[in-house]
Design a binder for this molecule. Structure first.
Ligand SMILES: Cc1cc2nc3c(=O)[nH]c(=O)nc-3n(C[C@H](O)[C@H](O)[C@H](O)COP(=O)(O)OP(=O)(O)OC[C@H]3O[C@@H](n4cnc5c(N)ncnc54)[C@H](O)[C@@H]3O)c2cc1C
Length: 431
């Protein structure tokens, strides 16, 4: 029994599966310049996309990363590329009117396309594929609500969908656990490790310097520009991009007070009989339920005999052996056929929520930031990185419907102790 747990294989690793194909770089201590045109803090998708476009735009760019490049959620996620927001289109029409709903959802489409364009323009070989998504209903009422929501999106945004009833759902999934679902044919999936690796290579080729193992500990504005404190000395810069999302800390306390980090947990199974995978996930889409606190699963893009399974977002217990057992239980409720499955990888990563449950792009005291992706940072981080670069370069296309007041709570100083309780309340509501 590996690690004292019956659900872990003898080879189980607590590193993300994605690092097999895109291993993280060895610890190094590159020279850090005394001055740079633009300092980008964080080397995930957001930071690297910003750095890439800024360097192409002729700026001298340094990316500061506290750990190894890609330490954060960008190499730990599930690789779902969609147009997701916790606020439904219908809800936004009711609360803010149709123009606001359209502006927000059109930008989700821009973000979705930004990934496709980036993969094509940079020639990133990361198994990007528009395999479609199957969104799952966990109750009859949810199925009805989904059908209404997606009919509205089709009417106003021209985005086609197909409602698949419980009686028909076996075409899409070998499970009787759900109450039907919605198929969105053009949603995509990718290999997160290889996408990040491609962005890192592209940013370096464009001329950006990656200063790994160099945390920015403090920032001060002197009227002309900024001084950044790092353990390797002070760096002067004209512009700053903060791209630290769920890993945001004390360097930018204003953001820390507005971002709530929380953990999400993910597993990859040991190889399964291909016939079993074919039976469980016959259409090879990305699958996710429509709850607030979601379960998700898909075939592994570079080894389709394995299944990625994730969930328990925001849960308090961070012992990965216990989380693996809880995830195994959830997996076998959906697919009882997988009772004997063992996990080869179990890991976690930090996401970021905001008090209004929107992603945010903006500027505070001259510092650019993109954060609070609420689980959609693959497309939104790609788009916000690009938009922040355009803003700094003074180019068109930097405007955003997500550039709105980023709220905080007077009692919140950056310790998200209440998140597990809030999420477990949401999960009860889901049930
Ligand atoms: C398990 C899991 C599954 C997910 N699945 C999906 C999915 O399928 N689709 C999707 O769209 N989103 C998904 N997400 C969310 C998505 O991964 C994130 O929103 C996205 O990667 C955020 O990218 P980022 O570049 O903004 O931040 P990150 O990739 O988190 O990078 C932030 C970086 O900043 C660095 N840093 C922090 N402070 C400092 C400092 N002071 N100095 C220097 N460096 C610093 C950190 O070390 C880190 O490397 C998932 C997340 C998790 C955890």
């Amino acid at each position: 029994m590996a690690f004292g747990s019956p659900v872990l294989s003898a080879e189980c690793s607590f590193d993300p599966y994605w690092w097999r194909a895109a291993p993280h770089e060895e610890k190094s201590a590159p020279a850090v310049p005394r001055a740079t045109d633009v300092a980008v803090i964080g080397s995930g998708i957001t930071g690297l996309v910003a750095a890439l476009h800024l360097a192409r735009g002729g700026r001298q760019v340094t990316v500061f990363e506290a750990r190894e490049p890609g330490h954060g959620a960008s190499t730990r996620n599930a690789g779902y590329v969609g147009r997701s927001l916790k606020h439904g289109f219908g809800e936004l029409i009711e609360s803010h009117g149709v123009d606001f709903a359209l502006a927000i959802y059109r930008e989700l489409m821009e973000a979705f396309l930004a990934v496709k364009e980036t993969v094509a323009e940079e020639g990133i070989d990361c198994h990007y594929r528009q395999q479609g998504r199957f969104l799952l209903a966990t109750s009859p009422a949810m199925y009805e609500a989904m059908a209404r929501e997606f009919a509205l999106r089709e009417k106003h945004l021209g985005e086609p969908f197909a409602a698949v009833s419980r009686a028909e759902q076996r075409q899409e999934i070998g499970s009787g656990h759900y109450f039907g679902g919605v198929r969105i044919a053009d949603h995509a999936g990718l290999h997160p490790g290889l996408y990040h690796q491609g962005l890192l290579d592209a940013a370096r080729t464009a001329g950006a310097t990656i200063a790994a193992w160099t945390p920015v500990t403090r920032m001060a504005c002197d009227g002309q520009g900024f001084k950044l404190a790092t353990p390797r000395g002070v760096v002067e810069t004209r512009d700053v991009v903060v791209a630290t999302n769920g890993y945001s800390g004390d360097a930018f306390p204003w953001l820390k007070r507005r971002i709530m980090p929380f953990e999400a947990y993910q597993t990859v199974s040991a190889p399964l009989d291909p016939a079993v995978v074919e039976q469980l996930l016959p259409t090879d889409r990305t699958y996710i339920d429509w709850n607030f606190n979601v379960d998700w699963f898909r075939r592994v893009p570079d080894d389709p005999t394995r299944i990625v399974f994730g969930g328990l977002t925001g849960a308090r217990n961070q012992d990965l052996r216990i989380m693996a057992e809880r995830l195994h239980l959830r997996l076998t409720r959906i697919f009882p056929q997988l009772a004997d499955v063992r996990f080869d990888h179990v890991w976690t990563g930090k996401c970021a929520g905001t008090f209004d449950i929107y992603p945010h792009l903006g500027q505070h005291e001259g510092i650019h930031f993109g954060a609070g992706y609420c689980f959609a940072g693959v497309p939104m981080g790609t788009l916000f990185g690009r938009k922040m670069a355009r803003r700094i370069l003074g180019r068109k296309g930097g405007d955003s419907a997500f550039d709105r007041l980023l709220p905080t709570n007077p009692l919140y100083w950056g310790n998200p102790w209440f998140v597990p309780y809030a999420i477990s309340w949401m999960s009860r509501k889901d049930r």
